[in-house]
Design a protein around this ligand. Structure first.
Ligand code: IMP
Length: 441
């Protein structure tokens, strides 16, 4: 890789759960630093190594590899309790890389009232549920935008924390009690619990933007790890059924203080089919046996909440939209092996609305779009042992070529199983027919 692609950003381009953790883990070897730039403990990045399965909610997936610096950027909303649980769990499994972890002093802290308000708002929302992960994500970002938030720099400074917590808790307790009929939180209990977290995390907190700037100048290579997916982006996703951060590549700059101009390689991760958790539009959703089969074969249950995921065929209209907004250079297609054994595989190439063909992803959440499918032949063999493109059956190769052609975007990686090794690095990239370069070329 030349110097112009020294840094890479890995983003989901569906509704999350695309298998980004595995792709980050596979690529980390060639990089020095792994950075999370948005979201919080709503994410669940799964990495399987041998018999061990690791699920990361806050820590960048790169923590498994010794010597890699892992960074939680200022755009993340950090639940210290969840982070410490994750660090302790890693330690129990014999991985103690805590000294490699750095947390932005500007990251906002998720407090117990954020979690309670998340649940209370979901229960009583006049517009219906969003189906959130109940991790306090929305309320914490709300406080950030309202300039009421408590940041890591405040948490580790006892006097500042006491004042800010007292001010916030008064207001939040009023909301919990008067608006939602809930019990108030006790100041001393919250204060003492969080002071304990502050003690543990204080040595890990620093100015991340400066650190990244210095490391970049020293020639280090950086992976930015997006959480959730572009279609859950607060601004560009299926609003209001979205999360509260900018999940696409566009969130990187604001979420780290690192210039996105220096990141010349955006890898968009998409499953070979589609899933979504929570409410909101999902044009290719299958509420039949085929959907059930995808859920069963793909073990499509939330890594954070255990909820069954809604499943359906691949949606190229949605992907084209996400590729454009995510400025995606190449694709990683994951879980291709889940399609083993299907006689026919459908792919939505456009939508139909009132008899008209529609090529654009809809903005209004209430619009009904019926997918218009192309049908491709399936393959009846097990592809999980494939390690090169040539190892795949002709039908699987044709499926991938169809995706690259219709999205006009090259495919650089394919994953065919849970294990770290079950990955095909495309060399050369599988290009759309008639195209030489990546999206930037
Ligand atoms: P929140 O991020 O908990 O507020 O949830 C908002 C929406 O984003 C809900 O539909 C969640 O199911 C979805 N969501 C949040 N995090 C993830 C994730 O990591 N994977 C998939 N969906 C997610």
């Amino acid at each position: 890789m030349d110097d112009s692609s020294r840094h890479v950003c890995i983003v989901g381009i569906q509704w999350g759960d695309e298998g980004k953790g595995k792709i980050v883990d596979a690529l980390t070897t060639g990089f020095d630093i792994v950075v999370r730039y948005q979201g919080g403990a709503n994410a669940g990045h799964t990495v399987k190594i041998g018999e061990d399965q690791f699920i990361f909610h806050l820590i960048p997936s790169g923590i498994l590899q010794d010597g890699k610096v892992c960074i939680i950027g200022n755009g993340v909303v950090l639940d210290p309790r969840a982070l410490i649980e994750e660090l302790d769990e890693l330690r129990r499994k014999g991985i103690d890389h805590e000294a490699n972890l750095w947390i932005s002093e500007r990251a906002h802290v998720v407090l117990p009232y954020h979690r309670l308000l998340d649940a209370a708002r979901e229960e009583s929302s006049p517009g219906g549920k969003i189906g959130t992960t109940l991790r306090g994500i929305g309320p914490c970002y709300t406080d950030k935008a309202a300039r009421l938030g408590i940041r890591m720099v405040d948490l580790i400074e006892p006097r500042a924390f006491r004042v800010l917590l007292s001010r916030n808790l008064e207001q939040k307790n009023a909301e919990l009690v008067k608006l939602f009929g809930k019990e108030p939180l006790d100041f001393d209990a919250v204060h003492d619990e969080y002071c304990g977290y502050a003690e543990r995390l204080r040595p890990r907190v620093r100015d991340i933007s400066k650190l990244l700037w210095e490391e970049e100048r020293a020639g280090k290579r950086i992976i930015f790890e997006g959480a959730q997916g572009t279609l859950l982006d607060l601004d560009l996703g299926t609003y209001p059924y979205v999360t509260s951060s900018n999940t696409s590549f566009l969130g990187l700059g604001a979420g780290t203080g690192f210039s996105p101009r220096r990141v010349s390689n955006v890898l968009g991760v998409a499953k070979a089919y589609s899933t979504r958790v929570g409410e909101g539009p999902f044009p290719t959703e299958l509420k039949d046996e085929t959907g059930e089969e995808l859920r069963r074969k793909g073990a499509e249950f939330g890594a954070t909440t255990g909820r069954p995921r809604r499943c359906g065929w691949l949606d190229l209209v949605a992907l084209r939209y996400a590729i454009r907004y995510g400025d995606v250079d190449s694709l990683a297609i994951t879980k291709l092996d889940v399609l083993d054994g299907f006689d026919r595989i459908k792919v939505a190439t456009r939508y139909l609305q009132g008899g008209q063909q529609v090529d654009e992803f809809p903005t209004a959440s209430g619009e009904e779009h019926r997918p218009d499918y192309d049908t491709l032949p399936g393959w009846r063999c097990d592809i999980s042992g494939s390690r090169r493109f040539e190892d795949l059956p002709p039908e699987a190769r044709r499926y991938l070529q169809f995706i690259a052609d219709r999205l006009d975007t090259p495919i650089s990686m394919v994953s065919v199983g849970k294990e770290r090794e079950a990955t095909i690095s495309m060399d050369p990239w599988l290009r759309p027919r008639g195209r030489q370069g990546g999206n930037r070329a």
